[in-house]
Design a protein around this ligand. Sequence first.
Ligand SMILES: Nc1nc2c(ncn2[C@@H]2O[C@H](COP(=O)(O)OP(=O)(O)OP(=O)(O)O)[C@@H](O)[C@H]2O)c(=O)[nH]1
Length: 457
Amino acid sequence: MNTDNYKILSNYIDLLLDAICVVNEHGCFEFVSAGAERIFGYTPSEMLGRPMIELVHPDDREHTLQVASEINSGVIKVDFENRYIRKNGQIVHLLWSARWSQTHQCRVAVARNITRRKQAEARQEALYAISEAAFAAEDLLALYRSIHQIIVRLMPAQHFAIALQDNGHSMPHFPYSTIEPASGGINMTQLCSKVIRRGETLLVMEDNPAGQPSVFRAIAAEADGPEISWLGVPLKSHQAIIGALVLHHTNKIIYNSAEINMLEFVSTQVALAIERKRMMARLEYLALYDSLTGLPNRVLFHDRVQSALARTRREPDKFALLYLDLDKFKLVNDECGHSEGDKLLQQAAQRIKACLRETDTVARFGGDEFVILLEHIDGDNVAAQIAEKIRLSLQLPFTLINSQQHIFPSIGVALFPCHGTDAQQLLRLADEAMYDVKNDGGNAVRFADQCSVLYRW
Ligand SMILES: Nc1nc2c(ncn2[C@@H]2O[C@H](COP(=O)(O)OP(=O)(O)OP(=O)(O)O)[C@@H](O)[C@H]2O)c(=O)[nH]1
């Protein structure tokens, strides 16, 4: 091809989807092809003379300058990736191929927009990370934290919140939020409630920060669309809308439709992960706690006793097991009904708990039987005193819906190490002491090795 033909060809350079950029030795744009406007959102005349680094995403500037200096010293780069900020504030991912022209003392580079590919990769990574997090997170709070980290890798999110709406509650609550739900002139509770009720994404423009924000049910916030500072996406699980994901900016920021679509797509996975984790937490709770009183059950109690025993192997310590059974509780059920009996059991559980220290454990073994672990007791007296405190507390009348009821407990006490050295033996001895009290008329405290009643009403 002769030189004239090359000249003709250069007239068609504007057809290229990629952008050709020439940057001088001072780092300023000296030439950009027409394709640059599609990529950067600026016309070539707006770019010429500007330092290229101004347009680079702030997080990528240092690395970009380093690579630019390598190219300027003669290294040819064909696979350098970085992010630029478009004129409308959106992020664009670019793949660069560049070299230094010694003759013209400038850097010649071709930029390809790889944003779509990057978004597809980010979406895949996010899905993988969310399902990983659902399994790896120790609890729900840890899962929310992981979800936050995954979302900020996907798109700009100065503040992030998860709103959940539980069955039977009219308003959502915020188990995770990096911003006060009532701050920034935006009523997050109200907005999230709207997202959840409608099951649709909400974009909120802060064009009226002092008053009511303008709310747009618009997913098509195109390149030159409105500036947005609040974005709420419904959390849709298989069965229902369980809450909303919220991105909040105190500075105005624009989300494009691709980002919103991505967040909507990811939110389904987030909803499923939250549901799975909640179900696991519920199953764990049911396995370890009594559903009527919320107290630990037999399994968790045994675990705590085993831990107490293990501790005593490392350092000398004393603890006590108390076996407590309500006297003639059946009468409450018979006279007032089973649900009234339930209420009495719940109140009794709370009263026993109120007599204990943080380090102690009270468990419900079933029916009207409660077992208590008193840890680190200095002398036998401490166990006797706490047992008596519980007995006196339970003697006060219980206010039920239609009546006041009096109920009394029988309490047996076994001490480690003086009465026994393993859990089974201690429990049996405490249980037997409790039965001795019951056979003796009830409403008293007795130690495992004592024939005499310690306390009696
Ligand atoms: N309301 C209610 N009652 C229960 C529950 N679980 C067991 N019970 C009842 O609790 C009673 C416990 O039985 P007992 O301890 O043998 O009866 P009691 O009347 O307390 O007799 P003594 O222990 O000998 O004084 C039974 O009537 C059970 O039906 C429960 O979850 N709720």
